[in-house]
Design a protein around this ligand. Structure first.
Ligand SMILES: [Zn+2]
Length: 596
């Protein structure tokens, strides 16, 4: 007892000394210097300063409230700042669900900042925008009569705490910023479907309670050099579907590009170059549901990723981000009834669909002419490696038409069943479906049901983990109908419910970011029982002598397959697979469907 007491005392004393030594320098925990000043210089606030600035904003308006949406991975809360006519003091996440239940239709605009804390333009821009809005009561009243606003001050809280000067290697400021990886080194902008982080779980709660029509996720680029300070990734129109797609391509995008131009802030699509430089054209980015905007579009929300250019000074990037937020807001003000209508039409489309696309591929044959300004790309000898290197010459700007590859073709279509069945054993999948408000019922007793099943006939996994998973890519599947043993408590999921598109794109293994791709079903993809050849020899011989049909099939397999002829082990395995001993369920995907 005595010794343990001394050990405890030593530990706590040491802890106190460590606190004394580090408390004044712990990054991301400093007291705010002057949180009311967002100076548009080369600084960006720390997490504490940011939260203090948003708290002050919420105190300055009766229509504003800061809410906590649960915890982030680092243990600090994830905050959302809400601006709404219906804001009441002590608004909670649960209360957010009722925010727009007063019978009057209002849009929802959600802004997500610092998912990559090294790219913090949106933090400064959001504070500046909201300050301007809150200070102008008539402008505020007019905005809030059309929409509710929610802003996540800093999404990647753990990354924001891990502040440094330099990890954004090629970026022009600010002086200090947070780190890309979160508290468990996840890139949160790949985490919306697999939801490994508590941040993503909290985001989904906020997202479903607030039900935004439009999401803006703020970033800074990597990649090529060109004159634009702001580039834009919209929800890819073909992936968005026949209702939202044309509206994005023909209505929203032209408005946003013209609006930015009018502010002397020309903007271009995100520069994802086809070749090494933009000269040969750029490709429209397919933001699959692992990304924030791809996730949002599963629920009929139109997403914009603001990508400020890394080489422009930080203050210019903040201004460009602010300009884009204002342009998006102006579109929402102008076209609110159309936005309500397309959302409703998209909802109806998904509800009534007998099949839905789950995978898209670039149509390399179709291009859109894009007037683009670039810098001359030169090749010269590297002083470091002696090889030829790329250099952009900012003194030689050019403007010409380049091809924009932004048409995607549907690669896989899935039939929408009446219902899915998932055994309760797959609890991680069930938990994610619940978090995305998928309604499920449970079997009250054990039963056997004839269901449509899929067999995974070929797939590959990455050797190294990517974002915490050995990601799978599917080669082929085979459908069958089989009796499936189900147990009391297993889940039946009707597709006659709102979040059908989400369900299809996580449960169909062919979808880009399905739970199969993110390896939630890997244990179903392994054969559990095998045979000992020296024992099975007798069984196989008996099988062949008992069944002339098997004998004939075996001989024709041998004739048609020289590899099989040359491999005795493979021949035994062929017979094992044809025997009653082989487990029929190997590689059977454990999400079953009604036979429509
Ligand atoms: Zn980013």
């Amino acid at each position: 007892m005595h010794i343990r007491y001394l050990q405890n005392l030593q530990t706590s004393t040491l802890f106190a000394i460590l606190l004394l030594v580090f408390s004044n320098v712990a990054p991301g925990q400093t007291e705010p210097s002057d949180p009311d000043v967002i100076p548009f210089d080369n600084r960006t606030p720390t997490w504490s300063e940011t939260i203090a600035a948003f708290e002050r904003l919420s105190e300055s308006s009766a229509y504003a409230e800061m809410i906590e949406c649960g915890s982030s991975d680092v243990g600090r809360p994830l905050h959302a700042f809400v601006l709404s006519e219906q804001c009441t003091e002590k608004l909670t996440l649960e209360g957010l669900t009722n925010l727009r239940s007063d019978g009057r239709k209002r849009l929802g605009l959600l802004i997500n900042n610092a998912i990559h804390p090294g790219e913090p333009c949106g933090v400064d821009a959001s504070i500046a925008w909201l300050r301007g809005l809150v200070a102008d009561s008539s402008a505020l009243a007019s905005v809030l009569s059309v929409m509710d606003i929610a802003v996540i001050p800093m999404y990647n809280v753990g990354g924001a705490m891990n502040r440094n000067c330099c990890t954004r290697t090629n970026q022009n400021g600010p002086e200090e910023y947070g780190f890309r990886g979160n508290a468990r080194n996840l890139d949160l902008n790949r985490d919306f479907i697999k939801m490994d982080s508590r941040n993503a779980a909290a985001f989904s709660e906020l997202f479903h309670a607030f039900r935004p029509n439009v999401l803006i996720d703020t970033h800074t680029t990597n990649g090529a050099d060109y004159p634009y300070a702001m580039t834009l990734i919209s929800t890819q129109p073909d992936k968005a579907g026949p209702v939202l797609g044309p509206f994005i391509r023909e209505e929203i995008e032209p408005f946003l590009y013209a609006s930015m131009e009018a502010k002397n802030q020309p903007m271009c699509p995100y520069v994802y170059s086809k070749g090494e430089t933009p000269d040969e054209g750029i490709i429209g980015f397919l933001e699959t549901p692992r990304y924030s905007t791809g996730y949002a579009s599963l629920f009929g929300c139109i997403g914009f990723t603001a990508e400020a250019h890394m080489l422009k000074p930080f203050s210019q990037r903040v201004q460009a981000t602010l300009d884009l937020i204002e342009s998006v807001s102006a579109f929402m003000m102008d076209r609110s009834s159309d936005l309500h209508q397309v959302r409703e039409e998209e909802f109806n489309r998904c509800q009534n669909a007998s099949e839905l696309a789950v995978r898209w591929t670039l149509d390399a044959d179709r291009t859109i002419p894009l007037e683009f300004s670039g810098f001359e790309a030169r090749r010269e000898v590297s002083q470091v490696t002696g090889d030829i290197r790329l250099k952009y010459d900012q003194s030689k700007p050019w403007t010409r038409t380049i091809p924009f590859f932004n048409h995607y073709r549907v690669a896989d279509v899935a039939e929408v069943p009446s219902f899915f069945v998932i055994p309760q054993a797959w609890s991680e999948v069930i938990q994610r479906l619940e978090r995305n408000q998928v309604e499920m019922s449970r079997f009250s007793q054990d039963t056997t049901a004839f269901l449509k099943v899929m067999y995974v006939e070929g797939f590959r996994s990455t050797n190294l983990p990517y974002e915490g998973h050995h990601v799978n890519s599917l080669d082929s599947i085979r459908f069958a109908t089989e009796p499936i043993q189900l147990y009391a408590g297993d889940y039946m999921i009707s597709t006659d419910q709102p979040n059908i598109r989400y369900m299809m794109e996580v449960l169909d293994p062919r979808a880009h970011d399905s739970f199969f791709v993110w390896n939630f079903f890997d244990s179903a993809m392994q054969q559990k029982e095998h045979f000992s050849a020296y024992v099975f020899e007798e069984t196989a011989a008996q099988m062949l002598s008992n069944s002339p049909v098997l004998q004939r099939d075996f001989e024709s397999a041998l004739q048609g397959d020289s590899a099989l002829r040359a491999n005795p082990k493979a021949q035994l395995n062929w017979l094992y697979k044809a025997s009653k001993h082989f487990e029929g369920s190997v590689n059977r995907y454990p999400v079953y469907q009604s036979m429509r």
